[in-house]
Design a protein around this ligand. Structure first.
Ligand SMILES: [Zn+2]
Length: 491
């Protein structure tokens, strides 16, 4: 499907452009959108598809992913909602048929079961492969004999519970290495493509071009380096946007990632004021001079810099370093800001790489330990008004790699029945989507044919933000193409 004509697609308006009255035709050639118009001639030798009035947007990006960690989580068998030991065993049997490796499952709950899980029953399904099933409440594990032996636990008839379990739990990853094969990456990225994702920025630590060479991603990946990998990148002469040696064209050099401070929950994000629980004001991870040195070096070698800053004082220090060095790139998180800092971000041309789903998780802890500061958290409206270009992401596995969760959280800032949290900082659906398409705006001629066809209008009007959020959260994707190739389709 590298060349095709897509008829009758409604071009969703996400930015300035001609605007299309009614469905239009889109010609894709050699991986690029060539022409958009009404009743276009079909170029010779090119396939034709009918979008039947579906809605067309540029491919979605997740600007902050830890792909290895997300792949490891994704390979865990989801056992939530299972109703009996037999139900779990059937799922385990099915999973092992497709993925015959060590298995970690998660999410079963004994509360409503009428019979007890036994080691013997799990052994019957998996006699040789270690299987660890973590309970949904995390208070026990159901292990087979092979896993018990590997984790150094004595034989038994039933589950491993409480202190014995907590102790064993910390050893699971070391013993049952998660599947990070190229095939596991492929499955993870195929799931992302099914949600309309056509590109991610992978901020996983400790990766090299050699790690990426055997992988076969169906979508674009910008691979970050950390400071400890910068020498290798510089020696290889890699600049931002260069294809990684040995990889498919879709895999390119991403930013230098720097972690400027800590996080809210561990009370290490570096703030202008003390935390309200008396645990200090957090701390920076580098001196100003170290920070400037790193930014300077990246900038000299034409690499962007993605700098994590969660607290407002960290942000101020990081912005000063960008200002001093002229480095370009993004602020990751920018969770607690002032108007002044946001204006500085705009002046320096830095993207705000933000994760709206985190506001759902951090709402209550913010009110507790950043009392009085909630109005300056996840301040997306301020950023848009100041002219900061936003780039939405998930920070998967911190929140799921799901662009629709991010968009919905930006539009309706609540995960439950409570009203939105600081709705004055909410985005419109148009703004949130425009912040998810890597700056492409509306689908237009000349752009890469990274395209997503939706079964519903993402900009449909709704009674309130709760309804809008719910509709976005469950947006049905019909087709995802990357450089004109089909990455996902139900057409
Ligand atoms: Zn992260």
């Amino acid at each position: 499907m590298a060349d095709f004509l897509l008829r009758n697609a409604r071009i969703v308006e996400l930015g300035p452009g001609p605007g299309w009255a009614g469905p239009a035709d889109v010609v894709v050639e050699q991986g690029v959108v060539r022409t958009i118009g009404h009743e276009l001639e079909r170029p010779l030798g090119i396939e034709e598809y009918d979008a039947e009035g579906r809605w067309l947007i540029p491919g979605l990006w997740d600007s902050h992913v830890h792909l290895a960690q997300w792949t490891a989580v994704g390979e865990r068998l989801d056992l939530a909602g299972t109703e009996s030991p037999e139900h779990v065993l059937a799922r385990v049997r099915d999973h092992l048929a497709d993925h015959p490796g060590p298995l970690v499952g998660y999410g079963h709950r004994l509360g409503t079961w009428s019979s007890e899980p036994t080691v013997a029953a799990l052994d019957a399904v998996a006699p040789d492969i270690p299987v660890v099933l973590i309970a949904g409440d995390a208070h026990h594990g159901w292990l087979n004999s092979r896993a018990l032996a590997l984790l150094g636990l004595p034989p038994r008839a039933g589950v491993v519970a409480e202190n014995e379990w907590y102790d064993a739990y910390t050893r699971i990853d070391a013993v049952l290495a998660p599947d990070l094969s190229p095939a596991a990456y492929r499955r993870t990225l195929d799931r992302a493509a099914a949600l309309g994702i056509t590109g991610i920025v992978d901020l996983e630590r400790g990766q090299t071009a050699a790690d990426w060479a055997p992988r076969d991603p169906p979508l674009r990946v910008r691979v970050a380096t950390y400071a400890d990998g910068l020498d290798v990148v510089v020696e290889a002469g890699l600049r931002g946007g260069d294809v990684l040696p040995g990889s498919a064209d879709l895999v390119t050099m991403g930013p230098l990632k720097i972690i400027g401070d800590g996080s809210l929950n561990t009370r290490t994000a570096w703030c202008c004021e003390d935390y309200s629980d008396g645990s200090g004001a957090g701390a920076p991870n580098q001196t100003a001079a170290e920070l400037a040195g790193l930014l300077d070096r990246a900038h000299a070698h034409q690499l962007e810099v993605a700098t994590h800053a969660i607290g407002d004082l960290a942000l101020r220090q990081v912005l000063a370093a960008y200002d001093l060095t002229g480095a370009q790139g993004s602020i990751e998180h920018a969770q607690l800001v002032t108007h002044r800092d946001v204006r500085t971000m705009a002046r320096l041309g830095l993207r705000g790489s933000v994760q709206p789903a985190h506001l759902l998780d951090d709402r209550d802890v913010t009110e507790q330990i950043w009392a009085g500061r909630a109005g300056r958290c996840f301040a997306f409206r301020w950023m848009v008004e100041a002219g900061v270009r936003l780039a939405l992401g998930s920070d998967a596995p911190v929140s799921p790699l799901d662009p629709w969760l991010a968009v919905a959280a930006a539009v309706h800032r609540s995960a439950d029945e409570r009203p939105p949290w600081h709705p004055e900082q909410a985005l419109t659906a148009r703004e949130a989507l425009a912040a998810s398409v890597d700056g492409q705006g509306s689908v237009h001629a000349g752009m890469p044919a990274d395209l997503v066809l939706l079964d519903a209008d993402p900009l449909a009007s709704h009674a309130d933000s709760a309804e809008a959020g719910a509709a976005l959260r469950s947006m049905p994707v019909a087709l995802t193409t990357v450089a004109g190739e089909t990455a996902y389709s139900v057409l």
